[in-house]
Write a protein that binds this ligand. Structure first.
Ligand SMILES: Nc1ncnc2c1ncn2[C@@H]1O[C@H](COP(=O)(O)OP(=O)(O)OP(=O)(O)O)[C@@H](O)[C@H]1O
Ligand SMILES: [Mg+2]
Length: 480
């Protein structure tokens, strides 16, 4: 009956006349008529590869899956087709069998199965093939994104959108971290991304962790987006159901505000003890063989422990909006356009800070950028100050020491200088610096004074985020 061997030499050459899309459609419809289930992405990839004379190993590598997983799924697929057709279907004869059915029924949309005529429902439209797993008969994507904020204006971010699309759609990366300082536009970008890639997934689900649900509540809620049957009550069974679903269907799960699960007043990205279950879930999703993806959105870059292999996990750190930030100033109807570049540079083209500052310029200076910039210091609006103080409260004591020190420095400084001048154990200082980088509060700037690459690297200069520096400098007494 079903065939687990991969003797490619015995398969038919792939240059025969059979239209592969037609054969896939036939297999899909046969299965659907008998089982009520369509071919899933992996089954389709296996069938397509088989019809093209590919080995399981090739099918696996093209779809970023393990060969064992592909073989197991192939075994199930041949078994299902054998049951439907009443004859042994396997990797070696699948092509012949489907071809025979197509020839004997050409021109009709009815097929003879087990001596009975099977009528297939109306033909469906085909979607463009842009992913290795895209289906010829694309089903409708199930979207569960009701809790995502509505997108109003969207500017720039072409490179970031292209990068994310390539990772999620073409490379089938299983876990992507989208990281950036608060207000930089992470959520906005993710929502735009959904708009652009929704046809590539069977399911797209968006969830925010703002109210820190327990892992059990989170999973129960998530599974309700996927299955209509009773959700298991134990955590391990819930995880199993989810992982099985992710293998069977191509899903994109977007989890926003991940930093809510991390500890405050500790180094960045450490899960609070009660949320450890999330870490284990994400790790399993990253390590398991499937074609679904998880997009984690956070202002604190998660530890690399999950990201063991670049092939399956990636991280995108979001910078400012660049030139596109001008559109924000235009929307706010500011004047003195010749000074906009200066304003944008001072606020690092951070969209939210620029929006808040533009509102302040409207309210205090009737929209005149030149008058605002005539002040010697940057003025941080109350809204920006409020955001920065929330960030400040999350820092550990060592991080605050480093930030306070850097806020007093005129220029960027190198690592050894920090270690020498702050009286604190060097190991703690190094951890603090790493943590501040994960929070996007410290930036490396290359030191071009060094003579060689190695010297440049060793003496890389550290620079505090200028807006944060401004915030700290303006405090009457630096809080710790
Ligand atoms: N690409 C963009 N085009 C236009 N406006 C943008 C863009 N990105 C962000 N903004 C503006 O900045 C605001 C903040 O963006 P967003 O909420 O996406 O940031 P965030 O990084 O998710 O913040 P947080 O860390 O607080 O969740 C948005 O409400 C929007 O007004
Ligand atoms: Mg957000």
């Amino acid at each position: 009956m079903s065939e687990r061997s991969d003797e490619i030499g015995k398969t038919r050459p792939s240059n025969s006349f059979m239209d592969i899309a037609e054969a896939l459609k036939l297999a899909d419809e046969l299965l659907f008529t008998h089982t009520g289930e369509h071919l899933d992405h992996l089954q389709e990839a296996i069938l397509k590869g088989t019809l093209q004379g590919q080995k399981y190993a090739k099918i696996a590598s093209e779809n970023n899956l393990s060969e064992g997983h592909v073989r197991d799924s192939a075994y199930e697929l041949w078994k299902a087709l054998s049951d439907v057709l009443g004859e042994d279907v396997n990797k070696l004869n699948a092509r012949n069998i489907l071809e025979k059915i197509i020839i004997s029924n050409s021109g009709s949309i009815e097929y003879l199965v087990n001596g009975n005529k099977v009528t297939i429902c109306a033909k469906q439209k085909r979607s463009p093939k842009s992913s290795p797993l895209s289906k010829p008969n694309k089903k409708i994507t199930c979207l569960d994104i009701d809790t995502a904020p509505e997108l109003t204006e969207f500017y720039g971010r072409t490179d970031e959108l292209n990068t994310l699309k390539a990772w999620l759609v073409q490379d089938c990366v299983r876990l992507v971290n989208l990281v950036g300082i608060i207000g930089i536009g992470k959520t906005t970008l993710a929502i735009k991304l959904i708009e652009q890639i929704q046809t590539q997934f069977d399911y797209i689900v968006y969830r925010r962790l703002r109210y820190c649900p327990t892992i059990e509540n989170f999973l129960t809620d998530l599974l309700q987006s996927f299955i209509s049957s009773i959700i298991p009550s134990t955590l391990d069974r819930q995880v199993n159901v989810l992982l099985k679903f992710l293998r069977k269907h191509r899903c994109l799960i977007i989890i926003d505000d991940l930093q809510m699960l991390f500890q405050s007043r500790q180094y960045a990205s450490q899960y609070q003890a009660e949320f450890d279950g999330y870490y284990h879930l994400f790790k399993q999703i990253a390590e398991l063989s499937h074609a679904s993806s998880l997009l984690l959105i956070t202002s604190e870059q998660p530890e690399d422990t999950i990201a063991t292999r670049h092939k399956f996990t990636r991280c995108l750190k979001l910078p400012g909006l660049g030139e596109s930030a001008k559109q924000i100033l235009m929307d706010k109807q500011l004047s003195d356009e010749q000074m906009w570049d200066t304003l944008i540079e001072k606020y690092q083209s951070h969209p939210l800070w620029l929006e808040m500052t533009a509102t302040m310029i409207q309210e205090l200076f009737a929209g005149k950028v030149t008058e605002y910039l005539a002040y010697p210091d940057l003025i941080l609006s109350n809204a920006i100050t409020f955001q920065l103080s929330r960030l400040w409260l999350r820092l550990s004591e060592s991080e605050k020491q480093v930030m306070n020190y850097l806020a007093t420095q005129e220029d960027a400084v190198n690592l050894s200088q920090i270690l020498q001048e702050i009286s604190h154990p060097p190991t703690e200082l190094l951890k603090a610096i790493q943590s501040l980088k994960r929070r996007c509060l410290l930036e490396d700037t290359p030191n071009f004074l060094g003579a060689t690459y190695v010297e440049n690297y060793r003496s890389a200069l550290l620079k505090i985020n200028p807006i944060f520096k401004n915030y700290l400098s303006s405090l009457p007494l630096l809080p710790t």
